[in-house]
Design a protein. Structure first.
Length: 343
């Protein structure tokens, strides 16, 4: 199995917080190690090893992402009249066009429309453009990937027009198409990872000595119209190539919140399928401890708010299914127990 640590085709690193997809199936695996919360033995119990460490979950759990509104299926663009090409809006503001074998416009007409469409997408805060070119139209690849100033001599190029500067991303052998991508924010780092079968992400379950967990809220929407997400969640994101769980999780937590941590153990992970490009996802929840200071210095680009929330407050006021799952199966604490102890 081809397996890379930061691999989801297009959307997984526009935000370092990971992709936003609605999985069609989830399987949680929880570690049967013993954990307890410090200084509050009355609040929780040790985990007892069970006969099986695999739990199948039928519920759909939201992923760790900058939004939870995107589904696996791309949203068809509703502003076709304003753009020279029909396209689909992908997660993290990607625009996707499919130039199929059945397309009835010429290659030259397609290129002219694509140039206009690129201008439209840039004006409307899109982060990337994706072109699916059928193999029967592969002659377009040369001009699509050529430098804007280094494509002279191609008869598909109008005088004064250059190449379009797309990069080859991958080949879809099922649809017999070549997929190319173009990053539309030249002043920002291109965060599109290479293509592979899986992506690997991690979330930091940062637990303090006084039973507080570190939670964040992210941004949703485009850069020009951002709003804070409604739900508090764990900080986290995708592993970089070559990173361990300890390194990647501590890095993600520090980047998003400014809190330095020590890795203690793996708590749980999920395995999901059916994400963008039909790929799969591993997401690991890691137990971390703050090293010294709990002072927060959040990343305002990715995170709208961050705070320490006491476990009792979280259990009484929040309903994030992943965090409740971890508390129940890794620490054997559930909302009913907390409610009973606080009456």
């Amino acid at each position: 199995m081809a397996f890379f640590s930061n691999s989801l085709g297009f959307a997984s690193r526009f935000s370092r917080t990971g992709p936003a997809f609605a999985p069609n199936a989830n399987t949680f695996f929880h570690r049967t190690a013993r954990h307890s919360f410090p200084h509050r033995p009355s609040l929780c119990r040790m985990v007892s090893p069970s006969s099986s460490s695999v739990i199948s979950v039928n519920n759909t759990y939201p992923s760790y992402s900058s939004t939870t509104s995107f589904s696996t299926t791309a949203e068809q663009n509703v502003n076709i009249d304003e753009c020279s090409l029909p396209y689909e809006t992908l997660p993290y503001r990607g625009a996707q066009v499919k130039f199929t074998q059945e397309s009835d416009i010429s290659n030259t007409d397609f290129l002219n429309r694509l140039r206009s469409a690129l201008d439209y997408w840039k004006r409307n805060d899109y982060t990337s453009a994706w072109i699916h070119v059928h193999a029967s139209k592969s002659s377009l690849v040369e001009i699509l990937t050529a430098n804007p100033t280094a494509a002279e001599g191609n008869d598909l190029i109008n005088e004064g027009d250059g190449g379009l500067g797309f990069d080859l991303h991958h080949v879809n052998t099922t649809e017999n198409t070549i997929i190319l991508k173009k990053w539309l924010r030249p002043d920002n780092e291109d965060k599109i990872p290479p293509f592979a079968t899986h992506q690997v992400g991690c979330a930091g379950f940062v637990l303090s000595d006084d039973n507080e967990i570190l939670v964040i809220r992210e941004w949703t929407g485009s850069l020009s119209n951002r709003t804070p997400s409604k739900q508090w969640k764990l900080p986290g994101g995708l592993l970089d190539a070559g990173e361990s769980f300890a390194e990647g999780t501590c890095r993600e937590v520090y980047e998003e919140t400014g809190v330095t941590c020590e890795f203690e153990s793996l708590l749980s992970f999920w395995h999901r399928h059916g994400l963008t490009f039909g790929k799969s996802d591993f997401y690991f929840v890691c137990l971390l401890r703050p090293k010294q200071s709990k002072e927060i210095d959040l990343d305002p680009v990715e995170v709208s708010a961050a705070k320490w929330m006491h476990l009792e407050e979280f259990m009484k006021t929040q309903d994030h299914p992943l965090i409740h799952h971890v508390l129940k199966h890794a620490f054997q604490i559930n909302a009913e127990d907390v409610a009973a102890k606080t009456k």
